[in-house]
Design a protein around this ligand. Structure first.
Ligand code: EPU
Length: 314
């Protein structure tokens, strides 16, 4: 890194450390924060623990024209081996809390989907468990309108709180124009930070909800490579089909680039055989995309979020 870039990083880091309640780390490795255990460092890894922290981060990003990446649970992202310039933001503190009001669950954007499901089931509120097995955080689930064969985030989401510029805004779910793996927030990434989501759920005995979760868990264990490091499903499902089925019938199971392979168990999961680089995953995804395009005419779209600069790879 050139000397002036190094001093910019140090200065920004010092500026943020002075002002934020949450932790600020300079050139912090991101790999341990991802399910693939891959990728280089963040120029600045920043933890926001309250609304004031998020405002300061947004203001710093605007003033210095910095890229901003939001890292949820690190389960659905690919971080370049060279690392990421700008700020990588994680939400903790008040954004990692869950509250209940009658049949509503208000979950911070930093709460993991799995924890939110466990707590709502325990509270005897049904609905969120349709997301069982979705890797990631509540903020990510809203941003992506995450879903499974049992239902999508949009089916239970009532309201979203987010910070845009300096303002905290609460929007009805309809305002996000949610459709399959889409919210309008994806059109302007890094401008809005989702801070909380309100879900409307239905009272049901916890044992009944837990029994459904157990059945979903068994289906996942039977069909997905849960014992391997992966980033969940690599591609969105094309309309009316399953990306996994398409990759499978195209004969691409087991295909590898470096240490990344298409899983033999579920072809929409790419697994780290232990010695992979992030660029292996990127190249394998592009290769599978090209082969599926050539063999079937279908254009697979990435579901995994690519953060940072990937323009020279693949
Ligand atoms: N299939 C194959 N070969 C494969 C994989 C799947 O033939 O290698 C077939 C299956 O037999 C089934 C069909 O394709 O008939 C659909 O497969 P599956 O039930 O596994 O569902 P999916 O559409 O591939 C979706 C979500 C998963 C979620 C599962 C279970 C997407 C992109 N994926 O997968 O979500 O766990 O349903 O609900 O929508 C994720 O998004 O990261 C994720 C894990």
């Amino acid at each position: 890194m050139p000397a002036d870039a190094t001093s910019r990083t140090e200065q920004l880091g010092a500026h943020l450390k002075e002002r934020l309640q949450g932790q600020v780390k300079i050139r912090e490795p991101l790999a341990p924060l991802t399910s693939l255990n891959l990728g280089g460092p963040a120029e600045l890894l920043v933890e926001a623990t309250e609304v004031g922290d998020v405002r300061i981060v947004l203001d710093t990003v605007r003033r210095h024209n910095l890229p901003l990446h939001i890292l949820g649970d690190g389960t659905n992202v690919l971080v370049p081996d060279e690392g990421v310039t700008g700020i990588v933001l994680r939400l903790a503190g008040v954004f990692d809390q869950i509250e209940f009001r009658e049949n509503k669950c208000i979950a911070g954007a930093g709460v993991s989907v799995s924890r939110a499901i466990a707590e709502t089931a325990k509270a005897g509120l049904a609905g969120l468990e349709v997301l069982y097995g979705v890797p990631g955080s509540i903020g990510g689930a809203v941003y992506m309108n995450a879903g499974t064969r049992y239902g999508w985030t949009s089916g239970i989401l009532a309201e979203v709180e987010m910070i845009e510029e300096d303002e905290v805004r609460v929007l009805p779910a309809d305002d996000l124009r949610l459709s399959y793996r889409y919210s309008r927030l994806q059109d302007q990434p890094g401008i809005h930070i989702i801070t909380r989501a309100t879900f409307v759920l239905k009272p049901e005995p916890p044992e009944d909800i837990k029994a459904r979760i157990a059945a979903m868990s068994q289906y996942r264990r039977e069909t997905q490579p849960l014992g391997n490091r992966s980033c969940g499903c690599m591609f969105k499902n094309p309309e009316g089909d399953s990306a996994g089925r398409l990759i499978d019938v195209s004969g691409l199971k087991g295909m590898s680039v470096g240490g990344a392979s298409v899983s033999d168990q579920h072809a929409n999961f790419f697994i780290n055989r232990g010695d992979a680089k992030a660029s292996d995953f990127y190249k394998l995804a592009r290769l599978v995309q090209r082969k599926i395009r050539e063999q079937t005419g279908v254009e697979l779209e990435m579901e995994v979020q690519l953060i940072g600069d990937w323009s020279d790879d693949g």
